[in-house]
Write a protein that binds this ligand. Structure first.
Ligand code: ADP
Ligand code: PRP
Ligand code: MG
Length: 220
């Protein structure tokens, strides 16, 4: 419990890029303005107009870890990331409907996925999302060898590392640019507000109005 800040101090964990950008309007709705820009500053702890609220910038996959351990009181993370993390120690009060995409299976154009599946072929699947992929193929009764990657999944089928990938897709531009096709949508993905369970009890007075403002703003 040593990670917890004084009762009135709040730390919000965000990742740079789309989650930071899409969370700014929600923070504004809660009366919070981030006064530094993570794209131009090298600082990892950003101040806001509220001396009690600070934002920390971490990798998207690390947001649940900081919140779980109470190093951050709350954070914003994709459903994809939360499923891989497992969600222990996290309260997930709302879907913020930001960073919307879907988790899909994709293969090279010309690879006959349906036939391979029907014939019971063993598939090599490259992905950052091994838990989600394992569960998806287990449900379908498809045998897979999972190859864990940390990014650029689209490359794997092109150089013979895998037959298929499991990755997030939004416009489909990345798949098209790399001669891949989406063959199965696994689930819709969006980002969630996550709150440390102890912080929710100890700092409810500070957190509750922010959660409510986020909830109202994310419904619009
Ligand atoms: P990373 O550096 O881990 O790739 P991102 O900022 O790209 O982090 O992704 C953060 C979250 O945004 C992901 O966990 C996912 O839920 C969502 N996301 C990822 N790619 C897209 C996309 N192309 N369009 C919309 N949302 C996305
Ligand atoms: C994500 C994801 C896909 C792409 C899908 O990459 O890993 O590659 O978006 O989006 P699209 O269907 O609209 O092309 P991102 O832009 O986050 O780059 P990075 O994670 O590799 O930095
Ligand atoms: Mg990304």
């Amino acid at each position: 419990m040593s990670g917890f800040q004084a009762n009135s101090q709040l730390i919000l964990a965000l990742s740079k890029g789309r989650i930071f950008e899409d969370t700014l309007p929600l923070l504004e709705a809660a009366g919070i303005t981030v006064t530094e820009n993570p794209e131009t500053s090298r600082k990892l702890i950003l101040s806001t107009n509220d001396p009690d609220v600070r934002v920390i910038i971490v990798r998207a996959t690390d947001v649940p870890t900081y919140v779980q351990h109470g190093a951050a009181d709350f954070g914003v993370a994709g459903k994809d990331v939360l499923l891989e993390h497992g969600g222990e120690g996290l309260y997930q009060p709302i879907d913020l409907n930001i960073a919307a995409c879907r988790m899909s299976v994709a293969v090279r154009n010309g690879f006959d996925y349906e036939t391979a599946v029907r014939q019971g072929a063993r598939l090599r699947v490259a992905t950052k999302f091994v838990q989600t992929a394992r569960e998806h193929f287990a449900k379908k009764g498809v045998h897979v060898d999972l190859i864990k990657l940390y990014g650029s999944m689209e490359l794997a089928p092109l150089v013979g590392l895998s037959d298929a990938i499991v990755d997030v897709v939004s416009t489909g531009n990345t798949l098209r640019a790399n001669d891949l096709k989406e063959v199965e949508a696994i689930m819709d993905i969006s980002s969630r507000l996550i709150v440390n369970q102890a912080a929710l009890k100890l700092k409810r007075e500070r957190l509750q109005p922010i959660i409510e403002a986020f909830e109202r703003a994310s419904k619009k």
